[in-house]
Structure formats: structure tokens, C-alpha cells
Design a binder for this molecule. Sequence first.
Ligand SMILES: C[S@@+](CC[C@H](N)C(=O)[O-])C[C@H]1O[C@@H](n2cnc3c(N)ncnc32)[C@H](O)[C@@H]1O
Length: 265
Amino acid sequence: MNIDDVAIPTDMDGFEEFLQNIKILCGVDLQSKREITLQRLSAFAKNKRIKTFKEIASMVRYNSITRQDILNLITVNETYFYRELPQLKDVIGHAGNLSEVRILCAPCSSGDEVYSLAMLAYEVGIDPRYMSIVGIDINSEAIVQANSGIYNERSLHRLSSYQKERFFTKIDDKYEIKRRMLCRCDFKVLNVFDDALFSLGKFDIILSRNMMIYFDDNFRLKCVERLHKILHEYGRLYAGHADLVPHTDIYAKQFSGGVTFYEKA
Ligand SMILES: C[S@@+](CC[C@H](N)C(=O)[O-])C[C@H]1O[C@@H](n2cnc3c(N)ncnc32)[C@H](O)[C@@H]1O
């Protein structure tokens, strides 16, 4: 049968269940993006010859390969080097005061944030042997890119020519990060709501930027509570400017030169 002969699902039955299953799985609330999700999911169903949304809703729960394909489809991976730079500089300023430092970027998308921190640490002379960064993201394609360390011009638009030359090798129209001069950077496909999070060990600093904007209040709270469990005492959580961190007594909100962070209380 030709793919053009496969009908897209027209019956909305199962679509609400799909949205609900995604939310339970990873916190992402797709209600405000119903139209675009519907379009993407219809194209996906046609491509995979799946006839109903009900089937997809069930596959999200029980079929790990389809689940990953769908998570790759619905997550927004927008990121770039030196995004919200004053905050990254504050993180590195604090890291420089610690004798040894472990940092987590949850989420890291394609790794731009992780390498930005490693580059800033290099620039201020932090010994790479005493610093390591872990990046996690639910989108497996983003993690493949993070591991490859290869970026296009657009991802580097905030960097000067000097920084590009110092930290990247140009290959045709792409830029490959010079990993060897930086501290250890590891990447993993991981959902912050999966208990595998607790096997990562403890961190001195966690950045969780531009992910909670896709969650509702309930999941935001769950998220910061889970991150709290893997922070060392007095460890810091940095959220993105647009992320609304719900009030909770487990953190003390702190300000450092125009930058806000949440200290483990
Ligand atoms: C807009 S990017 C932010 C990347 C980077 N922190 C930044 O600020 O540039 C949001 C990322 O959150 C990831 N994400 C969404 N829900 C997640 C979850 N439950 N666990 C881990 N990552 C998640 C998405 O895959 C996406 O790559």
C-alpha cells in the first residue's frame, strides 16, 4: 500500500487521552498547542500507518520506541550558546569558589548550555580536573547532537569571532566544539520525572532553564522537589528568566548581582 493511500486519523477519539498521557509522562502540557500538536501527530500517524489517536495514546504508555519518537516530535529544543549569559557567569563565579564542582543541566537540549558553562569556566581559569557537567534531556535527538558537539552558525550567534575560533573547529559550514580543552561533559537521555534521575548522584549546582515553562504549577513543584533531592546542602538551583518557580520552603530565594537562584534550605 502506498503511503498516500493511508488516511490520517479523522476521529478525535483518543486525542485528549494522548495529551493527558504526555502530561503524566513528562509534565509537558500541550493544551495551549493543540492545533500544532494535532497536525504533527496526524502526519506522524500517517507516516507510521497508525489509524487512530487511541492507538497512539496507548503506544505512548506501552511502546518505548514510539514513545521516544513522539517525545522527540513534541518537545521544543530551542537553545543557543551563551543564552541568558549573566546567569551562566554567576554560576561559574560560584563554581570557582568551590574546591570541586558537579553541575547538572536539566534540561540541556542539544548541549549548548553545557558547553557554554565549560567554555566560561575555561575562560576564568577553573581547573577542568575539578569540574564536571552532566546534561540530561528527554529528547534523544537533542542528546545525539550534544554528544556530536557539532553546531551551525545560528547556535553560535552570541559568540565573538575570537570565541568561535578559540573553542571550535570549523568544518565546512559547521562548528565542532573542542571538547578536549574543556572539563568533562556527559549527556544522557533522561526524563526529570523518571526515578533514574536519582542515580545521577548529587550536584553542587543545577540549572533548569526553559523547561518548566511547558509545565503547569503542579508539575513545576514536582520538578523542583525532585531536583532538590539531588542537590548537595546549600546547593543552588538556577531557573530560566521565564520559568515560574512555585513557592516552597525547601529553597531560599537568593539574589546575586541581578541574578536569582534558589538555595537548598
Ligand atoms: C527550550 S529547551 C531549553 C534548553 C536549555 N536549558 C536552554 O535554556 O537553552 C527545553 C528542553 O526541555 C526538554 N524537556 C521537556 N520535558 C522534559 C522532561 N520531563 N525531562 C527532561 N527534559 C525535558 C525538551 O526536550 C527541550 O530540549
